[in-house]
Structures are given as structure tokens and as C-alpha cells.
Design a protein around this ligand. Structure first.
Ligand SMILES: Cc1ncc(C[n+]2csc(CCOP(=O)(O)OP(=O)(O)O)c2C)c(N)n1
Length: 327
């Protein structure tokens, strides 16, 4: 049915969940509300308040105990029904952003750009979005199964920046080990996986100490460096405190010091072409994307969140628009 996160959901399953579901088995979600993003606290997550619900909580690594329960259920002789999801084409097109080659690439089309790339590629991308605009934009990513068990990893406490590069370092190490093992075992299935970080310039700059490890370990990573020269998410003024970068900063010289490769990509087409090149390169590959902190360049998630905040602040147009979206 696709990922569900209340009003932020863009998959066809949302309508079914909100209008047709009469019973819910909630699997492995029983964690502190503070640690997750139940519709980013807008109160629009229908599962959260659903009465007729069973919560299944596992206690083993990668939910192996819950997998056993589902294997048991599949083998059980129970009456089944056919579920026909609305096809993605039939659902409302209003929020669907296309990644058009000549358009500038930015947060508004980053997820779609990556989804296009992932859908045409047999290899899996393991995404590591950093808190900031990258984190919110990452909710529209369509992910594949990874050998690691997860292909979207971010800080479990989503408020804290600072983990994307250290997580990527370990993910890249593990992917390298797994690739080496399958080579030794002469396995025919040699699908590669790639660590893909998306990160703002603010978050990147205070984790730079991690970059040396990719060189030392000879591991591979693609870093999407969303450069807007400010700490944008949560910014509430124009003070110098938000200026996390300098226009003269040359990220390419930095990447070169780590024997990596990089390029500035402005259009969606350039981004897609260079992303494919990065996948063939070893070590650090960085794509610098000039991002603009304007409303139309924000991800759908951020636009909705801003609308919610404005409606909570009582702006009449925003109140109306939010009601229309949620009723
Ligand atoms: C350790 C830490 N410090 C500060 C914050 C508050 N904070 C959340 S997002 C953000 C801005 C992120 O800026 P950047 O990495 O440049 O990404 P952008 O939002 O501009 O895309 C800040 C300062 C935080 N969440 N964690």
C-alpha cells in the first residue's frame, strides 16, 4: 500500500487506509512518539488514533520474531480477500512532481529524480538523509530492499543532526564486506548497493571529520550536497547565526583532498547523468546542488508542514487550505 504518514502520504494506499480500512495490525511501530514522525505531529495520522487495532511488537534483530508470525499466518488456512489498490495513475495528480530534465534540481523534485534513477537501476540505493530539508524530502523516496535490512537510515531521534556521514561510513563498510563475501562465495547474483547521502551544507560541514574514513577504508559513497549557504530548516530570521557557509567555499577542492570526485549539477538531467557516473566511481563522489530556500523549491512535505504552521497561526487562507486537505 506504500508508506503512510497522514496528510503527507502521496501513495495510492492513503485513501484506502483512511476510508476503507476496518481493522489494523500495527507491526513494530511501538516506539516513543517523540522518536518518530507520526505525520509530523499534525494529528492527521489515522492509524495513530484507530480504535480497532492490534499492536504487534517484536524484540529481535530485524524483527525476525515478527517475520515468523507472518510466515505462520501465510501457512494458515484463513479466508483471504483480494485487495485492489488504486493504481498510481488513477490517484489525484495534484501533488505529483515530475523530474523534468531541463528543470533546476532542488528539494521540490529531488525525491522524484532519485526515484526515476532507482526505478531504472537494478542496484539498490541505501539512503542516508540528514536532518534538515533533506530529511523531509526523503519521505517521498521509493526504496528497495537492501542486503543490510534497511535502505533508509536516519537518526532515530529525528531532531538531532550529525549522523548521516558516520552512518554512511558504516553502511559503506558493510556493503563492501558483503560484496567481498559474495565474490568469495562465487555467487552469481552480484547486485551492487550504494550508500547515498543527502545533506545540507550546514549538516555536512560539521561532520567533515568522517570523510577521511572513506579514503582509509576504500569505501564508496555518493553525497548529494544541497547547498543553500544557510541552516534553512527551522530558520526564523536573517541573522548571521543561520549563515553556515560562505559563497567562496569550494567543496570540490575539499573532495579532491580525499581523492574523491565531484561536480556541480544544476538541472535534473545533469544530476541524473552525473549520478550514474558517480555509481561507477570509487571512493567519495559528491554532487553539489545549488538549492534555493524559496517556497516553490521546497519538498511537498515541507510545503505541507509550512501550511500547517501557518494555519495554526490563524492565517485565514492557510486555515481554509489545511481544512480542505484534511477533511
Ligand atoms: C545537533 C543539531 N543542531 C541543530 C539542530 C537544529 N536544526 C535542525 S535542521 C537545521 C538546519 C539544517 O541546515 P542544513 O544542514 O544546511 O540543511 P537545510 O535545512 O538548509 O537543507 C538545524 C540547525 C539540530 N536538529 N541538531
Amino acid at each position: 500500500m506504500g508508506a503512510y504518514n497522514g496528510v503527507f502520504t502521496q501513495t495510492a494506499g492513503r485513501e484506502y487506509i483512511e476510508k476503507s480500512a476496518d481493522y489494523v495490525i500495527d507491526v513494530a511501530t511501538s516506539i516513543f512518539p517523540q522518536d518518530c514522525n507520526i505525520a509530523f505531529a499534525t494529528g492527521t495520522h489515522k492509524i495513530e488514533t484507530f480504535e480497532n487495532k492490534t499492536l504487534l511488537k517484536g524484540g529481535s534483530l530485524l524483527e525476525k520474531d515478527l517475520v515468523a508470525i507472518f510466515e505462520g499466518l501465510l501457512a494458515h488456512n484463513t479466508k483471504v480477500f483480494t485487495f485492489e489498490p488504486l493504481s498510481d495513475k488513477k490517484k489525484s495528480q495534484e501533488n505529483v512532481v515530475l523530474a523534468i530534465g531541463s528543470d533546476d534540481v532542488d528539494f521540490n523534485n529531488l525525491a522524484q529524480t532519485l526515484n526515476d534513477l532507482q526505478s531504472q537501476d537494478d542496484d539498490t540505493y541505501v539512503y542516508l538523509p540528514e536532518v534538515g530539508n533533506s530529511y523531509f524530502a526523503s519521505y517521498s523516496l521509493k526504496i528497495r530492499q537492501s542486503k543490510l535490512g534497511r535502505s533508509w537510515l536516519t537518526n532515530p531521534w529525528y531532531g538531532a543532526m550529525g549522523t548521516a556521514l558516520p552512518y554512511a561510513r558504516v553502511v559503506a563498510q558493510r556493503l563492501k564486506e558483503k560484496a567481498e563475501h559474495s565474490e568469495q562465495a562465487a555467487q552469481t547474483e552480484q547486485r551492487k548497493e550504494r550508500a547515498v547521502v543527502s545533506i545540507g551544507d550546514g549538516g555536512f560541514h560539521f561532520q567533515l571529520n568522517e570523510l577521511i574514513h572513506f579514503l582509509k577504508d576504500q569505501t564508496d559513497v555518493t553525497i548529494i550536497y544541497m547547498r543553500n549557504n544557510i541552516f534553512h530548516l527551522g530558520k526564523s530570521g536573517d541573522g548571521a547565526i543561520y549563515h553556515c557557509n560562505d559563497k567562496a567555499f569550494d567543496v570540490h577542492s575539499l573532495v579532491k583532498a580525499y581523492q574523491g570526485n565531484s561536480k556541480i549539477c544544476t538541472s535534473v538531467a545533469e544530476f541524473k547523468d552525473y549520478f550514474k557516473v558517480c555509481k561507477q566511481q570509487s571512493g567519495i563522489s559528491l554532487i553539489e546542488v545549488p538549492a534555493k530556500p524559496t517556497e516553490e523549491r521546497q519538498s511537498n512535505e515541507l510545503k505541507l508542514l509550512n501550511l500547517y504552521i501557518k494555519s495554526q497561526n490563524g492565517q485565514p487562507d492557510a486555515v481554509k487550505a489545511w481544512q480542505a486537505l484534511t477533511q
